[in-house]
Design a protein around this ligand. Structure first.
Ligand SMILES: N[C@@H](CCC(=O)N[C@@H](CS)C(=O)NCC(=O)O)C(=O)O
Length: 242
């Protein structure tokens, strides 16, 4: 058996896959890449540059939603994809909604404030990687930061827009979670997995596998504090299923 997940420890899209494989009880090895330097590896491996990329017994799958589909097809125990066609459609719609409306915006909102705190963000980038990572990032952070900001349109205006979008998504999810434990039917599915994994950097849960800092930037903390009640169902999913 050989199963390797190419990933960033901080990446919430990668967390979807870590969680899915843990949930299914699958063994895997993590291959942690450094943001920026990852291009040297991913460009050679796959059509797009991003992680997660799973290599499973020689089979290569890139993109979290395709990896989830692959995992459920090949390892059907503890399915995350509903079989019922109506529930399946609902789950895929929720997943897509979370990927687009939460994933991208949590990243931009978070990085806008985190990139201003190299002491916090460098360990996120370097955890579980080669020994020289922290030295490299300290030396080159001032070059990497503007590139990351440019590539992901990270600036104050972008962060403000993303904050509004995340709030809308949190409100929309809470409309469902306030009355029931799961988004689709009465079972944990890839819809909940996407919602919880992609919101996780805001609530810094244990199971995520990252050494979270004692404190997060004040602007992020204020947003989380304001949404304490609405984020509780996400904390519950982590407590019970991660
Ligand atoms: N749609 C992709 C998005 C993955 C993604 O955006 N990954 C980011 C990390 S959070 C990444 O690898 N960025 C670097 C790049 O695009 O080269 C998925 O769901 O897997």
């Amino acid at each position: 058996m050989s199963r390797v997940l190419y990933q960033f420890p901080i990446s919430h899209y990668c967390e979807k896959i870590r969680w899915a494989m843990d949930y299914k009880g699958l063994d895997y090895t993590l291959k942690n890449l450094f943001p920026g330097l990852h291009l040297r590896t991913t460009k050679k491996m796959a059509p797009k540059t991003y992680v997660p990329i799973l290599i499973d017994n020689g089979e290569q799958v890139q993109n979290s939603h395709l990896i989830l589909t692959y995992l459920d097809e090949v390892y059907p125990e503890k399915l995350l994809t509903p079989k019922d066609p109506e529930l399946l459609q609902q789950a895929l719609e929720w997943e897509k909604y979370c990927d687009v409306e939460i994933g991208v915006h949590v990243r931009r909102f978070g990085y806008h404030y985190l990139l201003a705190e190299p002491k916090t963000v460098i360990p996120f980038f370097t955890q579980g990687g080669p020994w020289w990572g922290p030295i490299f990032f300290k030396l080159f952070f001032s070059k990497l930061e503007p590139i990351m900001r440019k590539v992901m349109s990270i600036d104050q205006a972008g962060a403000d827009k993303s904050k509004v979008r995340i709030q809308q998504a949190i409100d929309k999810l809470y409309e469902v979670y306030k009355d029931k434990a799961f988004l689709v039917g009465d079972q944990f599915s890839r819809a909940d997995l996407a919602a919880a994994s992609l919101l996780a950097p805001l609530i810094m849960p244990q199971g995520y596998g990252l050494d979270w800092p004692e404190e997060m930037p004040a602007e992020l903390q204020a947003f989380v504090d304001m949404n304490q009640q609405k984020l509780e169902p996400i904390r519950q999913l982590y407590r019970k299923l991660r």
